[in-house]
Design a protein around this ligand. Structure first.
Ligand code: ATP
Ligand code: MG
Length: 290
């Protein structure tokens, strides 16, 4: 007899590795006794983790990594932009996201014609067109910010996540592929995931068509990349070649933890009411722990 699925869920949210959780108990009473003692120990580790986090770390890893990446990109010559959290229906349509598009069902509407942004690309396209008029080429910009999508898949999807989107427009046609690799390397190095740990894989994207994804050592999609000229450029008034890379910061945090040999699910990296610094908060308090 093994632990019930609720018991397994509780132990894993407290940070136990599912592979380390025992099973094969002779009856339910024995399983419950084992659960109680494992739960107590795991909850104590969580409380200690919260205390350690508050003493030594104090900031979410996503925030710290976002700053590290912003700095690396600004040092490399990229300009950071900060655009609105919502986008208009018209902007989504310009991205090819109209009725019948699979992403349409993932949109959080905040009105009939306004949505929480599911990606940064439309806003970056818009700002880019002005910058291409004003500044010498190539124009290199990035944004790091919250995006929202309705998701049904669990372990590596959150409905609110943090995207890093970098875009470079007005590049020569030749060498865009190499440029994508160079920029990917810059971001991965800054995230301590460089040195050939991650790989590229061809993928089909609902928005961009054939794209190149960046994949972590254990097969997690960290980023999707794209390049233009692209059929949707016309809708934005873009006529120059470009490259773009979109990374999920929580995915980078997960991959970095995995590289350290830690199990760190997306729910532990994401915006949360239940975790702090990756540690579950609904554990016994200091009076109850004695
Ligand atoms: P997936 O195939 O994993 O659902 P996607 O291809 O739909 O991702 P993109 O549109 O390529 O996602 O977004 C760029 C990056 O943003 C992804 O590579 C991933 O790192 C991150 N990302 C996308 N959706 C989510 C999500 N729901 N939760 C966390 N990160 C996400
Ligand atoms: Mg993708």
């Amino acid at each position: 007899m093994d632990f019930s699925s609720e018991q397994m869920k509780r132990l894993t949210e407290l940070g136990s590795d599912p592979e380390d959780i025992p099973g094969g108990f002779s009856d339910k009473a024995e399983a419950n006794r084992a659960f109680q003692s494992l739960e107590k120990a795991a909850a104590r580790l969580c409380a200690e983790g919260v205390l350690r986090h508050m003493r030594d770390v104090r900031r979410p890893e996503v925030s710290v990594l976002s700053e590290t990446l912003s700095k690396a990109l600004a040092d490399f010559g990229f300009t950071e932009v900060a655009t609105p959290l919502t986008v208009s229906r018209r902007f989504l349509e310009r991205m090819g996201i109209g009725q019948d598009h699979p992403l349409m069902e993932q949109i959080f509407w905040v009105g009939k014609n306004r949505a929480m942004r599911p990606m940064l690309a439309p806003n970056l396209y818009y700002v880019m067109v002005d910058l291409l008029r004003i500044a010498p080429r190539p124009v290199s910009i990035f944004e790091i910010g919250t995006c929202m999508r309705r998701e049904t898949r669990g372990a590596s999807h959150s409905e609110e996540f943090t995207m890093l989107n970098l875009a470079e427009f007005g590049l020569p046609l030749e060498g865009r592929q190499e440029r994508i690799r160079r920029l990917a390397e810059l971001v991965l190095d800054a995230a301590s995931l460089g040195g050939g740990m991650c790989s590229f894989a061809a993928e089909e994207s609902g928005v961009y068509g054939e794209t190149l994804d960046i994949v972590s050592p254990d097969g997690l999609e960290l980023a999707s990349t794209a390049m233009g000229p692209h059929p949707m450029d016309g809708a934005w008034g873009v006529t120059v070649p470009w490259v773009g890379l979109g990374f999920g910061i929580e995915r980078l945090v997960m991959a970095r933890a995995a590289a350290r040999g830690e199990r760190f699910g997306l729910s532990r990296a994401a915006r949360s009411l239940s975790y702090l610094g990756g540690w579950r908060l609904n554990v016994p308090g200091k009076e109850e722990r004695t």
